[in-house]
Design a protein around this ligand. Structure first.
Ligand code: HAS
Ligand code: CU
Length: 557
């Protein structure tokens, strides 16, 4: 039996969410290529320097906010219903939140489009970080608000399903996939509070003309309270795949279930009180506050380092089950020809590199070298653009047959797709890091330093620009392969023979009973999260609003 036979209604929801996610990544990816051509100077005639900002906003919003959120709610809907073995109580509610998310996305996208298309009376060239003093049309903020409120509905569905399951299974440990989905959604509830206040209390009334001005420092601080934690809202679903499905794809089993729970609890508690590491350059925030949040940022490395060891250990266990031997030779025993496996392994490899980049970013003093340079887009194309996006694409190859009852088609394209992505990203992101170190800024339409020339000398900015553009084309080719496989599979017939993909997930080598049951007590972790938040954000926010909510001020403590 596959998922679609057990939960046909939920499978339809997941497919709808995935369809919107894939449409966004397709459109956003095409805009990405245009951007690379424009920014490196290869084709400055594509659009105007002013339109660049609208296109950059559309690219960032579609990739980082829309693709991720839709994929995540789809993935978790599958994981929760599968692991609890119960469907949602009322699918009308489920379609309701998915509809709200879709409406919000359309509204936000059309608002951005207004900046380029003359007859649409909106503008939103505010980038995907959309904080003041840049201002967008109210419809843009409204759209994003609906996207977020809709995604809260997904969290409500997961929590309700868990409560129902708990009533029937009072003494059992929460199944791991549901545990992870609920922990991630709790993190999402906590961190979106910041952006909700920013949008509803400040940005929306301001863009409607109801209040004359906002305090940029206060709204930026509220944004980054959300803006850092959101990266773990993207990462944790990838970890969900790495912990619960990847060991099986490697041929083995997860090493430790309790450790996976500890990792997710650490993310829930520690992800939010670190947002100030995006504001090291902001005047008005004290060095003391920046130092404290730098220290907490280094704590949040811990769960990822734990993940690196456990996931690689589980992968090695799988390789040895498949007959792998030796210190490193076991790597050869892994199924590198299977895109669901290779995509995740390559995503992990990219994440190992970008994790070190993150450590550089987090240093209060070293950050001054890289802040606002192309280094930062280099960092996030490896993290969210590869560790997360490539994992999502890879697992689609494994999930789609279970969700549609159809065999995966165009398998050769699928097999090369992760490698193309990885190689493209190695070129593009390495070049971005390096031009960033040389001082090329981000968030600007002007190509700094050398302009394009095809026969640029080696080891110059011009050569790195060439690598950026070359990488971008490989990435786009990879994306086209992915979309071709998905669309062709989707349009294919349901064959008569049973599917080769088996959705069963084996138990961990060390099961949940080996960990303390307090791990499953989300109430404790949420209280602890708010306590830390009070310490981290209470004093600076109180200082900022002392001279009035809407007046610019600073946080001297
Ligand atoms: Fe970051 C900026 C610090 C992780 C995303 N980050 C950004 C921005 C984005 C982003 C989008 O402290 C730009 C925002 C903007 O537009 O301004 N980041 C960190 C740190 C981490 C980190 C310390 N970032 C992420 C993740 C992201 C993400 C995850 C998205 C998903 N980041 C920063 C800072 C800035 C920043 C500053 C501000 C910069 C500035 O000045 O503007 C850590 O969480 C990283 C920990 C990771 C590790 C790696 C562990 C390795 C693993 C791999 C295992 C291997 C496997 C496979 C499974 C310690 C788990 C093996 C395969 C074989 C074949 C062997
Ligand atoms: Cu961050």
């Amino acid at each position: 039996m596959t998922y679609i036979d057990d939960f046909p209604g939920e499978a339809r929801v997941v497919r709808a969410a995935f369809a919107i996610a894939f449409a966004s990544i397709g459109l956003g990816g095409a805009l990405g290529v245009l951007q690379a051509l424009f920014r490196t100077g290869y084709s400055r005639s594509l659009f105007s320097a002013v339109d660049y900002y609208s296109i950059l906003t559309a690219h960032g919003v579609l990739m980082a906010l829309v693709f991720t959120t839709f994929f995540i709610v789809g993935l978790f809907t599958w994981g929760v219903t599968r692991s609890l073995d119960t469907g949602f109580r009322d699918l009308r509610f489920t379609w309701g939140w998915l509809g709200l998310m879709t409406l919000g996305t359309v509204l936000a996208f059309v608002s951005v489009l207004g900046g380029i298309v003359g007859w649409i009376p909106t503008h939103a060239a505010v980038l995907y970080t959309f904080y003041a003093p840049l201002e967008a049309s109210p419809t843009f903020y409204l759209g994003l608000a609906l996207l977020i409120v809709g995604s809260w509905g997904a969290g409500v569905d997961y929590v309700l399903a868990l409560r129902e399951w708990r009533a029937d299974n009072p003494d059992e440990r929460i199944p791991l996939q549901t545990f992870m989905a609920v922990a991630t959604m709790l993190l999402w509830f906590v961190c979106t509070l910041g952006v909700a206040v920013e949008v509803v209390v400040f940005l929306l009334p301001w863009s409607l003309g109801l209040i004359p001005r906002v305090d940029p420092l206060l709204t930026r601080t509220l944004f980054w309270y959300f803006g850092h934690a959101v990266v773990y809202f993207w990462l944790l679903p990838a970890y969900f795949v790495w912990y619960t499905i990847f060991p099986k794809l490697s041929g083995g089993r997860l090493f430790s279930d309790p450790l996976a729970r500890v990792v997710f609890v650490l993310f829930l508690v520690l992800s939010t009180p670190v947002g100030v590491h995006h504001q090291y350059g902001d005047p008005g925030l004290s060095q003391g506050l920046k130092f404290v949040q730098m220290t907490s940022t280094y704590f949040i490395l811990l769960p990822s380092l734990l993940t690196a060891f456990t996931v690689v250990a589980s992968m090695e266990h799988g390789a040895r089950q498949r007959g792998g031997k030796g210190l490193v030779k076991w790597l050869r025993a892994l199924p590198w020809e299977k895109p669901s496996f290779s995509g995740i392994a390559l995503a992990g490899l990219a994440f190992a590199a970008s994790g070190f980049g993150g450590m550089v970013n987090a240093g209060l003093n070293v950050n001054a070298l890289v802040h606002n340079t192309m280094w930062v887009p280099g960092h996030f194309h490896l993290t969210v653009g590869t560790a997360v996006a490539l994992t999502f694409m890879a697992i689609t190859y494994w999930l789609l047959p279970q969700l549609s009852g159809k065999r995966l088609r165009l398998r050769t394209l699928a097999a090369v797709q992760p490698y193309l992505w990885f190689v493209g990203m190695v070129f593009m992101s390495n070049a971005m890091h390096r031009v960033g170190l040389a001082g090329v800024p981000r968030r600007t339409s002007e190509p700094q330093y050398e302009q394009v020339i095809f026969n640029t000398p080696i080891a110059t900015i011009g050569e790195l620009h060439l690598q950026t553009v070359g990488g971008a084309f490989l990435l786009f080719a990879s994306l086209l392969c992915f979309l071709a496989v998905v669309v062709s599979t989707w349009l294919g017939d349901r064959g008569a023979e049973p599917l080769a993909v088996n959705g069963h997930i084996p138990e961990a080598l060390s099961g949940p009973e080996h960990g303390p049951s307090i791990l499953d007590n989300f109430r404790v972790w949420v209280v602890l999260t708010f306590l830390l938040l009070l310490i981290a954000y209470g004093p600076p926010l109180a200082a900022m609003v002392q001279n009035g909510l809407f007046a610019p001020g600073s946080a001297p403590i």
